[in-house]
Every structure is written in C-alpha cells, then in structure tokens.
Design a protein around this ligand. Structure first.
Ligand code: PLP
Length: 482
C-alpha cells in the first residue's frame, strides 16, 4: 500500500527517495509533475507536508499527455492506426520495473524469481525477463517448451500443476528442472516411476494446502481446504515419509500458492510461518529440504494503488525464510505483467436499448475473459477522451453516462464493464482497457472464430510487434476440410 509520510523529515533529506506524488486514490496514469518540480517543492516546505510514497522511480508508463494516451513515448492512437485493434500494448519499462521491484525487495535472500508463465507467455516477454535474470514457473510441457525457447536456464525452473502427464514429467526431468511442485500421492508415484525409468533422481517439493483464506475471488483462491490444489498437512507428512523410502526422489522443498491476487500481507506471513515449521520438522526426519516456495499471487492495482508494494510482502516473508536458512523461490506473474499492458479497442457501434447505453467495441471476452470469468474490474477510458480520466472509475463522473462496454460475441457475458461512467464516444473512437497484461492474451481464444489480437512491445519510442494479429487463414490452418 502506498504510504503517506512526512516530506520534510523523511523525504527531503533523501532526495533520491523514489516517490510518486499522487494524492491517495489518484490513478497512476492521471499524469504527475516531474521529479524536478517535486524536489523543488519539497525543498521549499517549511511545514511538514505529505506525499504519497511508492517504491518506484518509474513514472507510470501509460499516461495522458495533451489529452491523449501514450505508452512510454508513443501515441497509442498511432499504434492502433498502424497495427489495428484489438491490440495489446505493452510497456517494457513497466514490465521490467515490476520484476526488479520484487527482486530488490527480496534481495537479502537472493531469491529465485520464477515468473509465472501462465500470466502472460509471450516469447518476447519471456526473453526480456530471462535477460533481466528471471527464472520461470511452468505448469505444462508447452510452457516448459516456451521458456526453453526464451533461453531459460532450466535448472532454475519449477514445474507446477495438478495434472502433469508422464510425458511432461519426462520432459521436466530431461530439462533438469529445479523441482516439481507435487500435488498428490498419485503424482508423486508417477514422478518416481518416470524417474526410475530414466535412472534419475527427481527433485520434488510437496504442495501444501495450508487452509489459509487469501480473500480472493472464489475461482482464484487455491490455499483453502476443499480446493483441488495441494494436500493437507497430514498427507504432506505421510508423503514426505514416503519420499525417504524412494531412492528416485529427493524432497528439495515445500511449496504453497494461496491464490491471486492477494491484497494483504497476512496470508503470506501465515504461509511463511507454516513453511518454517514444516521445514524444521522435515529436517528432523532426515530430509535435506532447503527450498521454500511461496508461489505467486501478489496484488495488482487494478483500480488505483490498492496493492501493497513488493517490499511489504518481503517484510513479512523474509524473517521466516532467514530463520529457516532456506533458499526462497517465488512465482509472481500478475504483479509483473498486469499493469504493463493495455488492451486498445475501437468503438463499432453505440446503442440505447432497454433504458441502457451500450458501447459495442471490438475487444471481446475472447480477448480479455477476466470480467466475464471473475467479475473483475478494469479501468476503461477513451484514448482521446472528452473528459479527463477520473480518480474513481467506479462512481459517477461529471460529463459521463453509465455505460455497458461490451464486445461483439454472442453471449450476454461478453462485456468488459457494466454500468461504467464513460464520456460520450462515437463509432471509430478508441478505448483503452487498463491492467490487461496478466491473464489477458494468455487466456484469449478464438471463440466466435475471432482471430486473436496482435501484441506490441513499446520501449521509449521503439515499437516491436511481439505477436502478429491472427488472420482468417490462421483460424482454419490446423483443420481438415473433409
Ligand atoms: N503459482 C501458482 C501455482 C499458480 O497457480 C499461480 C496462478 O494461478 C501463480 C503462481 C501466479 O499467480 P499470480 O499471477 O497471481 O502471481
């Protein structure tokens, strides 16, 4: 959570302190004074004054300048004109910044950060992260294939997922991965059998379901009793004993993933405390367990600045990891890529029906399924708006009308937002759906035979296409015309 602090006492003496001078609740893209302006203001303060601190030197990379939305130094409207819509636009600076914020926050224990590929698996993005020192969390042979293509050091890759096939286990072993996160006894047996057939010792971590309520959406909570994930502590301990009796297995660590996104730090503290307890017990039984993997799930600010910075999570996790004298692995996905992209769409029609205003635009649930699937909230605003972006996107806004922002798919569930304040827009105008980098393109489909959107990566003024827009031919390329 961004914090208010006394500027005179705490900020001015350390001019290099990283900060973002927004009043609480102001969305990061609403524009901000330059660092120089802020420093000179701060130096003239005689009375204590307050600024909003966030652990970042980075100004938001999606900003309205002169009434138009930019990604870094590029006009979003220019991107839409050149590459068409719907279009995912990524900011490389934001993407790397979020990765580095986690790396810095946990630096004391030199963690292995296994970016969770499921959040966004674009090869170029994986490459960018690999070059920045990230490792990867994969949940399928397909994701392992991708990270190998991105040049990953597979000895630092963790392999999760409740249903690994023998083929995937073999692929993991051939790739010398760091460890399998094991979710059941049946899976442990399968890993042992495949390892034996290859004359190998498989490194495993048992995934504990710690029965911690992470207070996330029912479909994204994973650490509560009754979820399909992991195992309870009794089974965990039984399986740990079983590992000792199987020469083809080595219990390298403990794994937990509580859900996503988690906007408070207490669940992590409870999980880290549990991990310490379990590791201590495992060692007393003769295991050489030296990894704690606390999964991903760090919060993302979809609305304003509601997610705690990585340093807050680190504060509650690190003491336990240090006490356990373990290596730490984390599997963050959403918090790295979520706010690094927008989805740009174009208004096709507007219509009034049944007492409502509908804006029908060309991004649909096949491009971004989160609103339909998780009732999730994404800020949406025109790329060249008639009304300045508000502080609060959820309430009424002067000059705006409550609007259902929907896609062309034949489902009532096909919407990006309902009853949302939106300035007047007309056919052909562009909209931006923010926080679209995580579980956007990764969960996209061809439903209604819609070719998937293109993706572009912006760095300063530089723009690279990292995934071409699918064509109509692509839609049927793998099918037989019997
Ligand atoms: N690790 C595991 C095991 C997961 O299931 C997930 C998400 O579902 C993640 C990591 C990534 O979570 P997030 O993208 O919220 O960081």
């Amino acid at each position: 959570m961004a914090t208010s602090i006394d500027v005179r006492r705490s900020l001015v003496p350390r001019c290099t302190v990283r900060w973002t001078p927004f009043p609480r609740g102001v969305p990061p893209h609403a524009g901000m004074p330059s660092r120089g302006v802020v420093s000179s203001l701060a130096s003239r303060l005689s009375q204590p004054s307050f600024a909003l601190l966030v652990p970042t030197e980075l100004m938001d990379t999606f900003q309205y300048k002169g009434g138009e939305l930019y990604c870094e130094d590029v006009r979003v409207a220019d991107l839409a004109a050149k590459y068409g819509t719907p279009l995912f636009v990524y900011s490389q600076a934001k993407f790397l910044h979020e990765f580095n914020a986690i790396k810095t926050a946990f630096a004391e224990v030199d963690p292995v950060l296994c970016y969770s590929v499921k959040a966004n698996s674009n090869l170029s993005l994986l490459k960018v992260l690999n070059e920045a020192g990230s490792s990867f969390d994969v949940v399928s042979g397909g994701e392992l294939y991708r990270v190998k293509h991105a040049g990953a050091d597979t000895t630092r890759v963790v392999f999760a997922g409740v249903g690994k096939t023998d083929e995937e286990i073999r692929f993991g072993l051939e790739s010398n991965i760091l460890m399998f996160n094991v979710e059941s006894e049946a899976e442990l047996d399968a890993i042992a059998a495949v390892a034996k057939s290859m004359n190998r010792v498989a490194p495993v971590a048992l995934r504990l379901n710690p029965d911690i309520d992470a207070k996330t959406h029912a479909k994204t909570t994973t650490g509560k009793k009754g979820n399909k994930f992991g195992m309870d502590i009794e089974r965990h301990n039984q399986l740990a004993d079983k590992v000792l009796s199987i020469p083809n297995l080595e219990l390298r660590g403990i794994h937990m993933h509580l859900g996503s996104p988690i906007l408070t730090t207490d669940p992590y503290e409870a999980a880290a405390r549990k991990a310490l307890e379990v590791v201590t017990e495992l060692r007393s039984k003769g295991h050489k367990t030296n990894w704690i993997n606390l999964g991903g799930g760090f919060g993302l600010s979809y609305r304003g600045q509601e997610a705690p910075p990585a340093s807050e999570y680190a504060k509650v996790i690190l003491p336990y990891v240090k006490q356990a004298e373990c290596r730490l692995a984390l599997e963050p996905g959403r918090s790295i890529c979520g706010n690094a992209a927008i989805l740009v769409s174009q208004v096709i029609y507007t219509k009034r029906e049944g007492g409502k205003l509908f804006v029908i635009q060309d991004a649909a649930m096949n491009d971004l399924v989160r609103p339909a699937m998780y009732d999730s909230f994404h800020r949406i605003w025109p790329v060249a708006p008639r009304v300045a972006p508000p502080v609060d996107y959820e309430g009424p806004v002067d000059g705006c009308e409550a609007t259902d922002i929907v896609g062309p798919i034949c489902e009532s569930g096909d919407y990006l937002a309902k009853g949302r304040a939106l300035p007047e827009v007309h056919r052909g105008e562009l909209l931006s759906t923010f926080s679209a980098g995580a579980y956007g393109m990764a969960m996209s489909s061809n439903y209604n035979s819609r070719p998937r959107a293109a993706e572009v990566l912006v760095s300063g003024k530089d723009v690279r296409v990292i995934r071409k827009r699918e064509s109509l031919e692509d839609l049927i390329a793998l099918e037989r015309n019997l």
